[in-house]
Design a protein around this ligand. Structure first.
Ligand SMILES: C[S@@+](CC[C@H](N)C(=O)[O-])C[C@H]1O[C@@H](n2cnc3c(N)ncnc32)[C@H](O)[C@@H]1O
Length: 442
């Protein structure tokens, strides 16, 4: 990018920022990430990498009725329930709403006893010898060692054939789903999955010796490893039932669907709306979660998966980029500065960005409609960069918020974001605009 273009970009970014009140809130940095939930009761039942900490509810001072239209695994909703507050949530991913639903549904004493009896059955080794069918995902056989696959599919058959109680069935299924990655030959990384037989080396990945990595990871008895992982997960879940007062939880409501389509059907007033949408960074959540989606039975054909991808927010290239989008002048100005020959420009990124902020507008319009007098909306979002240009999602969301009728907007910068190596040289002097923020609207 020439220095003239860089200067033009900087003045555009500065001008956009000048319309908003800014604050620095590094104290929120650890709360907009999953890490703290790894050990927190109930939250730890499924590691949702994109989740954030329910402590945000306290720090941001949320009111009694909370809405999270991008609820993910329901961290905010579980946090609301724990605090005796009520919440409503939406997420387009049926795996996410399943996880949230199980976490939000306390078991009765009888149901807890049924889970206990199931653990004993599994530990005694008297579970199904027949296997549940392997899903039609084309990489299914690469994902697990054959012995582990057999054990997991027998455990699944036991869950499906021997458990009548719906809540207990869902509870066991969650433990099984959340064991998959631990017993698998893959792990989630970046925008997808990687295989454990490959090790990261300075320049590329190298193959690990066959047999060696399996022993290091699973020990000598792979079947026992799979069974123990599943039963331990269930024991942890049961332990959490005793660590929190689930009896005092308020009822919460979670729906599966596209927020822009579900929100218009919601009625009633919300005191606080807190959400973190996907960032405009091409990250496709369905890619990294595809193993759980297929093995959990949330999709059974590629067409079903494609439809889910299409209905998600236009933050990635598999979403529906054919939909029309209202234009946003400030965004078009920035897109005009992007390097025409870049990969991003060739892969429909301008359409993606127009769609992203149009989806955001629809969501913010609904948030404004649903917000009670004196209520506030908080949007946790990160900026991105394409073809030598920074897309300041936080300032643009603040601007859209004002246009849909919010009188006040504030951007609290939580932490700087790293610029990808290929962008670093081109963004000389602009890196301070790469940041993660909480946009507050009221
Ligand atoms: C950053 S995550 C939110 C995580 C959540 N705060 C938590 O703590 O688990 C963004 C979520 O938005 C969801 N999503 C993407 N497009 C959506 C849409 N159109 N409507 C509703 N949810 C959507 C994704 O499935 C993902 O779970």
């Amino acid at each position: 990018m020439t220095s003239t273009l860089l200067r033009t970009q900087e003045s555009m970014l500065r001008e956009l920022d000048s319309r908003v009140e800014f604050a620095m809130r590094p104290d929120l940095a650890s709360l907009v990430h999953w890490k703290q939930n790894n050990t927190a009761p109930v939250h730890r039942w499924y590691r949702y990498r994109e989740g954030f900490s329910p402590k945000l509810i306290d720090v941001l001072g949320l009111g009694d009725r909370i809405l999270d239209p991008f609820a993910g695994s329901g961290s905010v909703m579980v946090g609301a329930a724990e605090r005796g507050l009520s919440s409503a949530g939406i997420d387009v991913n049926p795996l996410a709403t399943f996880v949230a639903g199980v976490k939000l549904a306390p078991l009765s004493r009888e149901q807890i006893a049924m889970v206990g009896a199931h653990i004993e059955l599994i530990q005694s080794g008297r579970f199904a010898t027949e296997e549940w069918p392997i899903p039609a995902l084309n990489i299914a056989h690469k994902l697990f060692e054959p012995t582990i696959m057999t054990a997991m599919m027998q455990l699944r058959r036991t869950i499906e054939d021997h458990v009548d109680d719906d809540a207990v069935h869902r509870y066991l299924l969650l433990a099984w789903i959340s064991s998959l990655e631990s017993v698998g030959s893959y792990f989630k990384e970046g925008n997808g999955i990687k295989y454990r037989n490959m090790k990261r080396a300075p320049i590329s990945y190298v193959r690990r010796p066959e047999g060696e990595w399996q022993r290091a990871r699973f020990g000598d008895d792979q079947r026992a490893f799979a069974v123990q992982t599943y039963t331990r997960r269930l024991q942890d879940m049961l332990e959490d039932e005793g660590r929190i007062d689930r009896g005092a939880w308020s009822p919460q409501r979670i729906e599966t669907g596209n927020a822009a389509e579900v929100l218009p059907n919601l009625h009633g007033e919300m005191d606080s709306i807190l959400f973190s949408p996907p960032y405009a960074n091409r990250f496709d959540y369905f890619e990294a979660l595809k193993v759980e989606l297929w093995f959990g039975g949330f999709v059974s054909t590629y067409e079903e998966l494609r439809k889910l991808r299409k209905s998600s927010m236009r933050s990635h290239l598999a979403s529906d980029l054919t939909q029309p989008s209202a234009s946003l002048e400030e965004l078009s100005g920035l897109i005009a500065l992007m390097d025409e020959s870049s990969y991003a420009m060739r892969t429909r990124v301008p359409g993606l960005l127009a769609g992203y902020f149009d989806d955001m507008r629809k969501v913010l319009e609904q948030c404004r409609r649903l917000l009670a007098r004196g209520g506030r909306v908080f949007v946790v979002v990160g900026n991105s960069a394409y073809a030598g240009v920074i897309v300041p999602s936080d300032a643009l969301i603040a601007e859209i918020g004002r246009r849909v009728g919010f009188s006040n907007v504030r951007v609290s910068v939580v932490r700087p974001l790293a610029v990808a190596p290929q962008q670093r040289l081109r963004l000389d002097g602009l890196s301070q605009y790469m940041r993660e923020s909480v946009v507050e609207l009221w």
